[in-house]
Ligand binder design. Structure first.
Ligand code: HEM
Length: 135
């Protein structure tokens, strides 16, 4: 890549999400889960990616475009545990480092870690589990 992205824009977030989910789909731990839930059709993946770009656009650009409820969606996926979150965050942060400047990648790392923690705490409570086993 010639120049790392320094700013969050619709375009740079779409690249981040595209590269990240390409890696997720090939990952030995996460791939089977995503390919099982989203499927293997490109149209389904286009919808998933568009939704996730909306999510990051709302978080980082305050566009308010994402109106879903991630906690409810993940609570409906009983196979997801701490190992999945660790792998998800490691892949996401590694992808961010490969595309963005150090400063922008650090912001993505911080934000994804915070959201990951809150999702996992919510899941633990919803499942009646000990939150201590997460992170
Ligand atoms: C910080 C970590 C994570 C973030 C920020 C995140 C974010 C999201 C968001 C915003 C959605 C869309 C929900 C909706 O439809 O409104 C989603 C869906 C989903 N996530 Fe996560 N997620 C995270 C971790 C994980 C992990 C660890 C897994 C485990 C494999 C996972 C699996 C899924 C699946 C299968 C869907 C449903 C996809 C679909 O039906 O299109 N996520 N996630």
């Amino acid at each position: 890549m010639s120049q790392p992205f320094a700013a969050f824009t619709e375009e740079t977030l779409a690249v981040l999400v595209g590269v990240f989910y390409d890696r997720v789909r090939q990952d030995d731990l996460l791939g089977p889960i995503f390919n099982g839930v989203v499927g293997t059709e490109e149209a389904a993946w286009d919808r998933h990616r568009a939704r996730i770009v909306d999510f990051w656009s709302s978080v980082l650009l305050s566009t308010g475009r994402y109106e879903g409820r991630p906690m409810v969606v993940h609570a409906g996926l009983p196979m997801i545990g701490p190992d999945h979150f660790r792998r998800w965050l490691a892949l996401f942060q590694d992808t961010a480092q490969g595309l963005f400047t150090a400063e922008a990648a650090a912001r993505l790392a911080e934000t994804s870690t915070r959201i990951g923690r809150s999702l996992q705490m919510g899941l633990a409570v919803a499942r009646g589990e000990d939150a201590g086993k997460y992170l």
